[in-house]
Design a protein around this ligand. Sequence first.
Ligand SMILES: [Zn+2]
Length: 546
Amino acid sequence: MKRLSVWIVTLFLGMSAWAQEQAIRPLEVPMSFSGTYGELRHDHFHGGLDWRVGGKVGDDIHVIKSGYISRVSVSPWGYGNGIYVTHPDGTTSVYGHLLRFCEPVARRVEEEQYARESFSVNLEFGPDEFPVQQGDVIGQVGNTGSSAGPHLHMEIRDSEQDLPLNYLSRDVYTPVDKMSPQFHRVCFYALDTLPVTGSWRIYNLTQPASVRDTLVLPHRSYVAIDATDRQEGTGSKLAVEEYRVTLDQTLLFSFKVGDMPFDKGRYIKSLIQFDESRGGGRDLVKSKVDPNNLLADRITSRDGGLIVLEDDAVHTIRLDAIDEHGNRATVHYKVRRGDDFTPPERDTSLTYVPWLWYTQNVVTDSTMAYYLPAGALYDNINFSYKKVGDPDPSRGIVSEVWQIGTPDIPLQMAGELEIAAAVPEGLEDKTYMANYGKTLTHSGVQVRFGTYCVAVDTVAPSISFLGGKGGIVNGSTIRIRVRDDASGVSSARVEIDGRWYLSMLKRDIVSLELKEDRLKRGKHRIDVFVTDICGNESHETREFTY
Ligand SMILES: [Zn+2]
């Protein structure tokens, strides 16, 4: 009896200590970020903090609060080696792009990879398998997955809702931040309303803080803002927490990131001036609020975020960019109305159809049909299309080539495309829908706006060993280039001495690590099997000494 009560008291104390546990830093280096929560990333908002490590991999990652490792994922893309720790306070911390996991987890992952014969794995664990205490090392900082340099991507999520929390604004960590955001570019757009809404750029202010002239705007226009935040001790361009557009004393538009659910992130395509961000430039937040922008719960707007000038007086537009610590940057513009605006001329070779965002839309022509579901558009558009080419057997093109819409119009989801093709007999299962350009790439039949055709791929991928001094082994790694000029590589399988061996296919390189605990020193045979999307297969074999 006595023993039991001691046990209960211990458990109770243990739990209350957990509940009060403050997060510690995951790294020993001074706190500094190369990316913050809410950064605009074309089709999503950045859901965590990117912790800087001074350009090198290998620093230990300490778990920020006690709990248990609940999930581990491995992929050539995304978080690469990712690890998830569930805490008793209802949060989960997520660590991405790891070089490697801590030993018991790493061993378990490798066992599963060999058991499933798959590089990519996603494993979930119960509370008893890998419990961790605050400060335990769960792995090392790396550059795996979709990462452009060594750093630690770390999220704190609400476990129940799987919602990434904006934890810098909650002061979980308090970096020195007395610096205000910075405006890089401000653009104004005229609105065209015949027969449906369109817009064109009338000002592109690349020195947005030094404009003194009065800007002349049409009756109805809107503004788009490229601004980023700064923090002491980092040169990185960080996220702005809140954007505000004010006409005289009236707030026309504000957007505050808040906590952004993953399933809402895609609506960023409606928040940004989409045509400006194509080609990899930084995104601009636009004040116009599209009717199908479901980020509206974090937008305050009037007149749909439009600048409406009802008289010929000079008015003031004020733009504010505010960071998560309340630092603010402001610019003012004098504006007045002008009524002499000519929209750019339309390409008359295209066929135009007005499409409404709240219905499904279908277009059919001689050899083409395209279906777009309701809700795929953010606003009404002038849909356009045309036939741009004929079948070209020299390139394997067996259908007419069709331009479907224009790729500068964003879509929340893809539509379905059919193009009639004259497929040579026996090659039915070697055809694929292709993005048309200098090269053809596999697109699938679910497509966004672009130019497409049906093509035939009968050529197997090429395989070439990159090798090292006097053989195919370089140190303890083997790298193999695999290429497919048409439909594209779909999978690569490596066998050593006839047994599946762990390798990673990323872009057009297959890489694998020779490890003594898997492979005795000596002579071995490697077989590489590569398949393209149309099922054409190639095989190469080599002998090597390790
Ligand atoms: Zn990140």
